[in-house]
Design a protein around this ligand. Structure first.
Ligand code: DC
Length: 225
């Protein structure tokens, strides 16, 4: 049986950094599901699909083929034969992904792909609905969050370190909007699964978060042995 670890939480909580490191340590495959919603968003933008028109979205989804590959352990997202991985991490794509991830056609296509991946190997999967919908029987579920201020500060520092001018208040507002959108959509909104462990990382560094999750995994293993 393949083991799975689900990490859900809002934008900027550090899910992907933590999930990637943990996957390396435990020898699991890291699956970044946000990247799949972002690849869909790239397709919609490139093809001028109106994100507010569900019929246009549904028609477009039928023309999208997304597959996942790994190069040196790093996830690559292939959109209709092209590797779009490097195009996914922009603010615009993130906003488009948040807007269009509310549609059933988008979600069911990507949830199928995610479940198939989890069947074939041990995965650490991060996203918004992994513990609640995609892998309800995950071995361990973590809900990783942090205050809006802490998340905005991390993003601000990250952009400044790259030499990109930005405004803390604009970043904070974007995060608040994205939280609202992700938590209030009808299908699979972001929420903590009832059997997920809540970790608020506002005052924790990366090592402390990793340690805390490893402790949860160890505890779970003891429970079943
Ligand atoms: O984690 P991220 O910022 O890459 O995700 C981008 C958007 O994709 C997020 O705002 C909502 C959507 N998403 C989702 O609805 N379900 C997931 N499992 C992952 C992401």
């Amino acid at each position: 049986m393949a083991y799975s670890i689900a990490i859900d939480g809002p934008a900027g909580a550090g899910k992907s950094t933590i999930a990637k490191l943990l996957a390396g340590k435990l020898g699991y495959i890291y699956v970044d599901t946000g990247a799949m919603y972002r690849a869909m968003a790239v397709y919609f933008s490139q093809n001028n699909v109106n994100p507010d028109d569900e019929r246009e979205i549904n028609a477009a989804v039928m023309n999208v083929d997304i597959t996942i590959e790994y190069i040196d352990g790093a996830q690559q997202v292939i959109l209709n034969g092209d590797n779009v991985t490097k195009m996914l991490r922009t603010e615009e794509t993130g906003k488009m992904a948040s807007k269009t991830s509310k549609y059933a056609s988008v979600r069911s296509k990507l949830v199928d792909l995610q479940r198939k991946l989890a069947k074939t190997c041990d995965v650490i999967m991060d996203g918004r609905d992994i513990g609640t919908t995609v892998l309800p029987d995950a071995f361990v579920k973590i809900y990783l969050t942090a205050s809006v201020e802490a998340r905005a500060k991390r993003r601000y520092d990250e952009l400044m370190a790259k030499g990109q001018e930005c405004s803390f208040n604009v970043i904070k507002e974007d995060i608040e909007n994205r939280d609202y959108q992700d938590m209030h959509r009808e299908i699979s909104p972001l929420k903590q699964a009832c059997d997920a462990v809540l970790l608020d990382t506002s005052d924790m560094d990366i090592d402390q978060v990793i340690e805390a999750i490893e402790a949860v995994i160890e505890g779970k293993k003891k429970q079943i042995n």
